[in-house]
Design a protein around this ligand. Structure first.
Ligand code: PLP
Length: 422
């Protein structure tokens, strides 16, 4: 442990410092740590039901508990009695890729039914996927890994993808003989926490027979609070939905929850069935190896169970509400100083702000803020406007931290402005 302090800790970025505001949060809590230790101690690899039945069965039940807590439509849950259900992926990036591979398999199957003479290669070369220009970089990567073309569509003045933009793009591609097959809508974009308009996008996808995947990596946790569910209206049109409890729901990394209304196409997309992985109960419970990219998987459902049982819905809701309140407190402080402006509507725990004026002034300010070492922020840029992002990340952040962080930003701004004058 002395070596940990000496060699490791000086090189660790303190994501749980109350004045760490970079990226998005990564969750941490006592029950999640204990559950992860237990998972490491049990050390089973639950790739199929028989490989460790409790590992699979707890995951099925936990994803139902979690889905109900979020208010997901029944059609996504295993308890609905159909094919639907949830799975824990490692990351949102994997969920986006897995959904894309399922959508690709479905599109190939359907195209072959209509055009039996077309080869797989011909069909794949026509497949087109869509997301907004504000989608996370992992969405573009899913396209690269899945070997299909992605179109990054423009957003409205609130940085949201709208239905008519999507409809137009799909129509244009259909007219050119291409096959639109997959849309990723983001609820809570990384740059500014914008919410694509699902009530418009969903019906377009359904009408056009295009797989709709929802990436709610960060903001999805907020749907445990009924007052934020208006932001996921239209979710019933989706084929798959994903968010990261490891970001904002007190479950340590990695735990990315994904639900599929019908996992058949995902399961069939990469189903390889050697004798050593077969078992007598196949088909009666999910064999999660077919729902994910790796074969091996940890007992991650334990930490969902521990966190939900120890805190309960009310305490988890209180955590989300407190962090959103702190973000609004910071927003009000920014608005009280007319040197600054707010760049995007504050809906969750993220505040996007900037000094009125050129980008290089804001770049210089951020350099000083991070250089001073008291608080940590990262920037982003939308349509050539550079801004600073303050994401409430740590469970230890209190109102006093928000106030002192704002004082720090104000003081460094005043110094910067004075130096610019001379
Ligand atoms: N999608 C969004 C909207 C994100 O904000 C992020 C990360 O911040 C991701 C996807 C990627 O998440 P992961 O690291 O779980 O792949």
């Amino acid at each position: 442990m002395a070596d940990i302090e000496r060699v490791i800790m000086p090189g660790v970025t303190h994501w749980h410092s109350p004045r760490f505001y970079a990226y998005f949060p990564t969750a941490n809590s006592y029950p999640a740590i204990v559950a992860d230790m237990l998972s490491d101690a049990i050390a089973c690899i639950g790739f199929s039901w028989i490989a460790s039945p409790a590992c699979t069965e707890l995951e099925v039940v936990m994803l139902d508990w979690l889905g109900k807590m979020l208010g997901l439509p029944e059609e996504f849950l295993a308890c609905s009695g159909g094919k639907a259900g949830g799975v824990i992926q490692g990351t949102a990036s994997e969920a986006t890729l897995v959904a894309l591979l399922g959508a690709k398999a479905r599109a190939i199957r359907q195209a072959k039914e209509e055009h039996p003479d077309w080869t797989d290669y011909e069909i794949i070369s026509k497949l087109i996927a869509y997301a907004s220009q504000q989608a996370h970089s992992s969405v573009e990567r899913a396209g690269l890994l899945g070997g299909v073309t992605f179109r990054n569509l423009p957003t409205d003045e609130k940085f949201r993808l709208r239905g008519d933009t999507l409809q137009e793009a799909i129509q244009k591609d259909r007219d050119a003989g291409l096959i639109p097959f997959y849309v990723v809508a983001t609820l809570g974009t990384t740059s500014s926490c914008a919410f694509d308009v699902l009530t418009e996008i969903g019906p377009v996808c359904n009408k056009e027979n295009v797989w709709l995947h929802i990436d709610a990596a960060y903001a999805g946790s907020a749907f445990i609070c009924p007052e934020y569910r208006y932001l996921m209206e239209g979710i019933e049109c989706a084929d798959s939905f994903n968010f990261n409890p490891h970001k904002w729901l007190l479950v340590t990394f990695d735990c990315s929850a994904m639900w599929l209304k019908d996992p058949s196409d995902v399961i069939n997309a990469f189903n390889v069935d050697p004798l050593y992985l077969k078992h007598d109960q196949q088909g009666s419970a999910p064999d999660y190896r077919h729902w994910q990219i790796p074969l091996g998987r940890r007992f991650r459902a334990l930490k969902l169970w521990f966190v939900m049982r120890l805190y309960g819905k009310n305490h988890l809701q209180a955590h989300i509400r407190k962090q959103i309140e702190l973000a609004h407190e910071f927003e009000a402080l920014v608005l009280s100083d007319d040197r600054f402006e707010i760049v995007a509507e504050v809906l969750m725990g993220l505040v996007c702000f900037r000094l009125k004026g050129p980008n290089d002034l804001n770049e210089a300010l951020l350099k000083r803020i991070n250089g001073n070492g008291k608080i940590h922020l990262v920037p982003s840029k939308i349509k050539d406007t550079y801004f600073l992002r303050l994401a409430v990340c740590s469970r230890f952040t209190e109102s006093a931290d928000i106030v002192s962080s704002w004082q720090e930003i104000k003081q460094l701004t005043t110094l910067l402005m004075e130096e610019k004058k001379h």
